[in-house]
Design a protein around this ligand. Structure first.
Ligand code: PGA
Length: 261
């Protein structure tokens, strides 16, 4: 995988937004897989700025969710549908028809998971999938020991993830759902380009294990090692545990300008 070390989260956001803009210039109706959480927000801000400055036309872009809480009432502000509408779809000026996600309030959750995998395939597959990484090494909500071949399905959150996400629920862990629908690791690996952004020292151990550790279900993000086009963008703090940091810096510095990530 390609590892790019950037000075800070704003630089990571700009780099990835430019990769997304470049994709949209080549393929205006690209299907962009978006992630939630705090980390990707600088990406969405940078991409919205490019659209506002007319550096790229995103009007035909399509957007799909990575995961969703199960059981939050429709329209709950922290449902990932609401978050993606607020942070991505509206700022980019897209209409809701261009946006798809798993139905976290479905009566038959298992059927909703199968339907979502099918919908992604029928849409032609994800062109670029953004990912964050959990402090426990998860991608999407594929918690440790998720099958590396898993499809979209219901998962139970670890206590660590519920603690990490309580900040979105007034700091009250009791409000954080126990269950989620997440694209499986096998599903995620079908995207044409995976781009993981990690910032801050709390992610350093998970990043080091994912990038330099063995392929392991215990560290779901290590599955990126299986993908032919995976880019990991980290700030200096999140890169702190990488033994090969100097090599990654030298490799990226030697890359021709036109190559992008
Ligand atoms: P965060 O979440 O960006 O809010 O840290 C990342 C994740 O859990 O994947």
């Amino acid at each position: 995988m390609e590892v790019v070390i950037v000075p800070d989260s704003a630089a990571g956001g700009e780099l990835i937004a430019e990769a997304m803009a470049d994709l949209l210039r080549r393929k205006p109706d690209a299907l962009l897989g978006v992630a939630t959480g705090s980390t990707p927000l600088p990406i969405y801000q940078a991409l919205a700025a490019k659209v506002a400055n007319k550096e790229v036309d995103a009007s035909r872009a399509r957007v799909c969710q990575l995961d969703e809480y199960v059981g939050l009432p429709a329209g709950h502000p922290e449902s990932y549908r609401s978050v993606v509408l607020r942070e991505v779809v509206e700022p980019l000026g897209l209409d809701q028809d261009s946006f798809m996600g798993p139905d976290g309030s479905a009566e038959d959750v298992a059927a909703a998971c199968v339907a979502y995998d099918r919908a992604l395939a029928e849409a032609g597959g994800v062109d670029l999938q953004l990912l964050g990484i959990g402090t426990d090494g998860h991608i999407g909500f594929n918690e440790p020991c998720s099958s590396l071949a898993s499809r979209t399905r219901i998962k139970t959150l670890t206590q660590q993830t519920r603690v990490d996400n309580a900040r979105f629920f007034e700091g009250d862990i009791e409000q954080v759902p126990h269950h989620v629908i997440t694209q499986g690791i096998g599903t995620i690996l079908e995207a044409r380009h995976l781009v993981l952004l990690a910032t801050g020292e709390a992610k350093a151990d998970a990043v080091a294990l994912a990038v330099e550790g063995p392929l392991s279900a215990l560290v779901p993000a290590s599955a990126l090692q299986l993908h032919p086009h995976a880019t990991v963008v980290v700030d200096e703090a999140a890169a702190a545990g990488l033994k090969l940091a100097d090599y990654f810096r030298a490799t990226y510095a030697a890359k021709p300008d036109w190559q992008g990530i």
